[in-house]
Write a protein that binds this ligand. Structure first.
Ligand code: NAD
Length: 479
């Protein structure tokens, strides 16, 4: 139990103005879609926030036509320096409206305001600033003297970092001279729709950015559209595989950022209190809805009991509840479907013989919630050691030698992220070298920066986002 209580410190939601319904953003304007509508809800209260259009194939076609016209008539003819000016403008507007974006993201996604305010929105702006700087320097990126954009790019993103994933997609695409049709996830469309307003405010030429809301079928219509030159997808491995299959044999380019089951490896010489903070950041940040989460803790056997004990003591102090409260550490699970998936996999963990522990905190009556949970005694064959839970659930496994740690860390179809905790630089380098993961953090976890490429191996996908490498994904023949 927490040793002391905090008085509630709610962020005001008066700063956001949510319409009762939204159209699609096509060619710089709001248009009514031809399809049906669906509702987006606040997962912390189940309150309906707005009616959202489900774009159908004809809506996607309109958006692609707008993007094609904008590409050939305006955007591809503009100098890199001028494109950069628009990106700088968008970045500054995101900063100016940061509070509004942070509150809206917390309402629609359920993540704590502390994270939207300090992580999601500043990083989204940073991605635009960073890529604005590249727009007139592409010939110096080591990708050939005159690298060329694809043209029209279709982008489909998930719900766990809605605005941040949008910025990972749109900023590099625009900097490299492409135009885009983007579909946000069905449970978190609101910040993408507010971003459309920012595009208008920045006087971005119509058609350069088009936002078509919807679910699976809208995403499929984007993937299948014959006049799209490249698909950039972030989401689950299952859907990524389907997209790869439907694109195979076409001229379309593709990058896929998919799931993960990251290993966070703790050696017996690690500083334990610092490591415990890193473990918490690795799996309880953003309710564990993080593709690169450190969801498997691999801890050296001699210190396993001590680490687990200190971790549980720390987890007892996590505050779960109202996402708009500035004291909240863990917010709501994004949807009932995701809560069901987390619940089901946790039940499988117990049924297969792992020991379940949670922090016993009270949960609100309404909304979708899950207590920070730790499974110890997990073996490699358990489903909770193999499958992505995508929730605040940690699986603890042990190892005796560095070789065993590496073998266990790599024993997954995924290859997105890993962490190493040790006092020895040589051990960090040796271990990092053996790990099949796109990102390896040492004595830290879940740190992001637009200058650093991010992406996976194996079933975590291919292509990189961020850094110089990320530019290649939007330039023909570069990746
Ligand atoms: P998801 O695959 O169900 O959905 C992702 C997006 O794809 C949504 O916008 C959805 O509407 C759309 N979609 C669904 N079916 C489609 C289809 N057949 N064709 C085209 N689009 C389709 O994933 P999710 O549950 O929204 O997100 C969670 C997953 O995303 C996790 O597996 C997580 O690891 C992964 N993720 C990966 C990264 C990364 O950078 N590697 C980042 C964030 C999330």
């Amino acid at each position: 139990m927490p040793t002391f209580e905090y008085a509630p410190a709610p962020e005001s939601r008066a700063v956001v103005d949510i319409a009762s319904s939204y159209g699609l953003f096509i060619n710089g304007e709001w248009v009514d879609g031809h399809g049906t509508t669906f509702k987006t809800v606040n997962p912390a209260s189940e309150e309906v926030l707005a009616d959202i259009h489900e774009g159908d194939a004809s809506d996607v076609d309109l958006a692609v036509k707008a993007a094609r016209t904008a590409y050939s008539r305006v955007w591809s003819r503009m100098s890199g320096a001028d494109r950069g000016k628009y990106l700088f403008r968008i970045a500054r507007l995101l900063q100016e409206r940061a509070r509004e974006f942070a509150v809206l993201e917390s309402l629609d996604n359920g993540k704590p305001i502390k994270e939207t305010r300090d992580v999601d929105i500043p990083l989204a702006a940073a991605h635009f600033f960073y890529h604005a700087g590249w727009a007139d320097k592409l010939g110096h990126a080591g990708l050939g003297p005159d690298p060329q954009p694809y043209g029209v790019v279709g982008q489909v993103i998930p719900w766990n970092f809605p605005l941040l994933m949008l910025s990972w997609k749109i900023a590099p695409a625009l900097a490299t001279g492409n135009t885009v049709v983007l579909k946000p996830a069905e449970t978190t469309p609101l910040t993408a729709l507010l971003f459309a307003e920012v595009c208008q405010q920045a006087d971005l030429p119509p058609g350069v950015v088009n936002i078509v809301t919807g679910a699976r079928e809208t995403g499929q219509a984007i993937v299948d559209h014959p006049d799209i030159d490249k698909i950039a997808f972030t989401g689950s491995t299952g859907v990524g595989k389907m997209i790869a299959r439907s694109i195979a044999g076409t001229r379309k380019g593709v990058t896929l950022e998919l799931g993960g089951k990251g290993a966070n490896i703790v050696f017996d010489d690690a500083p334990i209190d610092q490591t415990v903070e890193g473990i918490v950041r690795g799996i309880f940040f953003n309710q564990g809805h993080v593709c690169c989460a450190g969801s498997r803790l691999l801890v050296q056997e001699s210190i396993a009991e001590e680490v687990t004990r200190r971790l549980q003591r720390r987890l007892a102090t996590l505050r779960v509840g109202d996402p708009l409260d500035k004291n909240t550490d863990v917010g709501a699970i994004n949807s009932r479907a995701q809560l069901d998936k987390i619940t089901q996999l946790s039940e499988a963990g117990e049924a297969e013989g792992a020991q379940r522990w949670d922090n016993g905190c009270p949960l609100p009556d309404k909304g979708f919630w899950f207590r920070p949970t730790v499974f110890s005694g997990v073996t490699q064959t358990h489903r909770i050691a193999q499958e992505e839970i995508f929730g605040p659930v940690l699986s603890v496994l042990t190892f005796r030698t560095p070789q065993e740690a590496v073998a266990k860390a790599n024993n997954t179809p995924y290859g997105l992220s890993a962490g190493i905790w040790t006092d020895k630089g040589s051990r960090i380098l040796w271990t990092a070298d053996q790990l099949k993961a796109g990102v390896v953090w040492a004595n830290t976890f879940n740190q992001f920066d637009p200058t650093s490429p991010f992406g996976g191996y194996k079933e975590s996908g291919y292509g990189r986002e961020g850094g110089r490498h990320g530019l290649a994904g939007y330039l023909k023949g570069s990746n």
